[in-house]
Design a protein. Structure first.
Length: 115
């Protein structure tokens, strides 16, 4: 299983980005997938998680109302729509999936929010 993130970049405060996480090697339809982020000098933190079909996603308080996680099982892809971005959202964003005791991570995509 491989996870590949994309969609990061430089955006001004108040702007939007949509990140994608494409899974390859197996279907991830029924597995929970999470987005994490890590800012320089800080611990990696959970941003959002989506479980199987017809479940309610979870969000960190700092992004609730601004970020939306979604998945397209036909494309084996999970998205993170990020709106009203703030400088404190600057970080490397990673997607993560757990299967039993194994944890899979992508290499991350850099998001920089700056004027």
């Amino acid at each position: 299983l491989q996870l590949v993130e994309s969609g990061g970049g430089l955006v001004q405060p108040g702007g939007s980005l949509m990140l994608s996480c494409v899974a390859s090697g197996m279907s991830v339809d029924y597995y929970a997938i999470a987005w994490f982020r890590q800012a320089p000098g800080k611990e990696r933190e959970a941003v959002s998680c989506v479980s199987g079909p017809d479940t309610t996603p979870n969000y960190a308080g700092s992004v609730k109302g601004r970020f939306t996680i979604s998945r397209d099982n036909a494309k084996n892809t999970v998205y993170l729509q990020m709106n009203s971005l703030k400088p404190e959202d600057t970080a490397v964003y990673y997607c993560q999936l757990s299967i039993q005791s194994d944890s899979y991570w992508g290499r991350g995509t850099q998001v920089t929010v700056s004027s």
